[in-house]
Design a protein. Structure first.
Length: 360
């Protein structure tokens, strides 16, 4: 069953459209010091190679804001500036080439300061994300009844209304909490009350394993409900993992396929080969390859042939050999020692034919 996405208004961020039925984009954030242009550009390039569509950098002072100009000149994906507390940093970030800025109006200060940001953003055609986190809510929202989810939504909607009243509609909203249930509740509620595109994610998700699990739960629920136009998986780890996990979540829901997807059986006593090792090596060899196909690595005769047939390419391993399937049809038997190379080479050959829809 195809997921029916809610259609929101489209907002341009550099060369990427967020909302308006556009492809769900995957974001990340750098961990380098932004003023270290060389290190930041190197990390952005790694993120882009992993599939990052737009990238955010922290702008904590004027040195970081001024560095955006040099960073922007050396990258080819949209650049987002993350701003807190000082509205002057937002103005400087826009002047130095940011394609979008992320602010929490609750910690920027008076409406006059927010208006200055809106005016500068309109002048430069720069988008804004209203990024509301429970940890940085204005006091009046923290003290309102109804729980954290309601506070997040009411805060975001008030800021959105203020933007619209001042003729600024190129904004995206996020309402992140660190608790999955509260985050799901907030976004589900918010989605019924605005047509602004939504940036979804779980803030402070944690380390690689548990953070990926919690993020997958939240994003899976929201995306399956048609909610979300862009996403970030927030992890205490190399941000490249954020991008890869984000793409895997979208692929799992059949919302976007750009990279190889590996399916493999969990193994049991019937398995005659080291399937875990084979599956890992296939995944490592094909990591980052923009070939939107499903590859099955199966280890026994119970489900192996059937699952391999359903994949674009698959191998059903038996004792000392495997049967290679391509587009559902058996092609040839392959010796155990050759399975890895044959499978990878067949995937790369098929990807080179350019016969698959890479924009799905």
């Amino acid at each position: 069953m195809m997921i029916e996405r809610k259609v929101t208004r489209g907002v341009k961020v550099g060369g990427v459209t967020i909302g308006g039925g556009a492809l769900i984009s995957v974001q990340s954030m750098t961990t380098t010091k932004t003023e270290d242009v060389k290190a930041t550009v190197l990390q952005i390039n790694r993120l882009q190679e992993a599939g990052c569509d737009l990238v955010r950098v922290a702008v904590k002072d004027q040195a970081a804001a001024k560095a955006l100009k040099s960073i922007k000149s050396e990258i080819s994906i949209p650049l987002v500036a993350d701003i807190h507390f000082d509205y002057k940093l937002a103005l400087s970030a826009i002047e130095n080439g940011a394609d979008k800025i992320r602010i929490n109006p609750g910690n920027i200060g008076s409406n006059d300061r927010v208006l200055k940001i809106l005016d500068k953003a309109k002048e430069r055609s720069v988008a804004i994300r209203i990024g509301v986190n429970f940890g940085s809510l204005h006091k009046k929202y923290r003290e309102m009844g109804g729980g954290p989810a309601r506070a997040l939504v009411e805060s975001a909607l008030e800021y959105g209304a203020f933007f619209e009243e001042n003729d600024f509609i190129d904004f995206i909203i996020s309402v992140k909490a660190s608790t999955p249930t509260e985050t799901i509740e907030a976004y589900t509620n918010l989605s019924t009350k605005t047509n602004a595109p939504l940036h979804i994610g779980l803030t402070e998700a944690g380390t690689l394993l548990f953070g990926s699990v919690k993020s997958s739960v939240v994003l899976g629920v929201l995306l399956s409900r048609g909610i979300g136009d862009t996403l970030r998986v927030s992890l205490s780890d190399d941000p490249v993992h954020e991008v890869r996990v984000g793409h895997k979540i979208l692929a799992a829901l059949d919302l976007r396929r750009e990279f190889v997807e590996i399916i493999s059986c969990p193994t049991c006593a019937r398995c005659e080969v080291d399937l875990t090792k084979l599956a890992r090596e296939v995944e490592e060899r094909l990591a980052g390859k923009r070939i939107p196909i499903k590859v099955a690595v199966m280890g026994c005769a119970v489900n192996g042939p059937g699952e391999a047939r359903k994949a674009d390419i698959g191998i059903a391993a038996g004792r000392k050999e495997g049967l290679l399937f391509v587009s559902g049809k058996p092609v040839k038997k392959v010796a155990e020692a050759e399975m890895l190379d044959v499978l990878v080479e067949t995937v790369l050959e098929m990807g080179g034919r350019d016969k698959f829809d890479r924009k799905r």
